[in-house]
Design a protein around this ligand. Structure first.
Ligand code: 6PG
Length: 239
């Protein structure tokens, strides 16, 4: 497994660097390009930067937008990961809505988790029993969670399911998340992690410290693809 880190001075400059990487990946591939988007602060910045300065550099007709996780709330709820991607980026593009594959947060969680799994399997290339994303964008919480795999659900990195239903450990909020099987099956995995609150988690994981075994993000290890950590200086301070 190849693990690379790209470090830039600020959240904006690392998001800009990631945009260049994403565009290059699109230039070096053909056909449908399946991306799993993430919630969180850095992806929101990414969406805004693309909308402001890079809209015409993306072949929107090739891109399929999926989500790495979703809160089980209606799509217009401020908690919805779809809402922010749509409001900050998607609605400003000529992206074909037939290529939009959101997790239906307004539906019953258990059946939606199964429906989303079936949609991934039927609409994406499948290898090793899981869909193959061209790019999975991930954030990481200060507890080391990623997507919506929280520290109390590490078994989701051993699951043979491609999606799972979880409850946020504090709020109890229901979420549908990709499992480790799907995340690690991707061609490219990009961790976008910024800010000093993540410094210790980043260094514990990248330096393979014992404590990292408690953090879901440390189990993100692509089986055949590439993992890149996109970090600002603050998050990368101890590596
Ligand atoms: C979510 C995200 C989650 C997020 C982390 C980091 O649905 O909340 O998918 O995994 O990426 O919580 O969020 P920040 O980048 O805002 O710290």
């Amino acid at each position: 497994m190849k693990v690379e880190t790209t470090i830039k001075p600020s959240a904006i400059t690392i998001a800009e660097a990631f945009i260049e990487f994403w565009i290059k990946e699109l230039e070096e591939t053909k056909g449908d390009f399946h991306v799993a988007l993430s919630g969180g602060s850095t992806p929101k910045l990414l969406f805004q930067l693309i909308k402001e300065d890079h809209l015409d550099r993306f072949p929107w007709e090739r891109i399929h937008f999926w989500w790495g996780d979703e809160r089980m709330v209606p799509p217009n709820d401020d908690d919805s990961n779809f809402k922010w991607a749509f409001e900050l980026l998607i609605r400003h593009t000529n992206f074909p809505m037939k290529n939009l594959h959101r997790i239906l947060g307004e539906m019953p969680s258990d059946t939606e988790c199964l429906r989303f799994a079936a949609e991934m399997i039927t609409k994406m290339p499948v290898e090793n029993g899981a869909p193959v994303f061209d790019l999975v964008i991930l954030g990481m919480g200060i507890d080391g969670h990623t997507a919506s795999i929280f520290p109390d659900r590490l078994e989701l990195f051993k699951s043979e399911e491609v999606s799972a239903l979880v409850n946020h450990p504090e709020s109890g909020q229901q979420r549908v998340t990709l499992t480790g099987l799907t995340i690690n099956n991707a061609r490219n995995i990009a961790f976008l992690v910024t800010g000093k609150s993540k410094t210790d988690r980043v260094s514990e994981i990248i330096n393979n410290e014992e404590v990292a075994k408690n953090y879901p993000a440390s189990y993100v290890k692509p089986t055949h693809g590439k993992l890149t950590w996109w970090l600002d200086k603050a998050a990368a301070k101890k590596i």
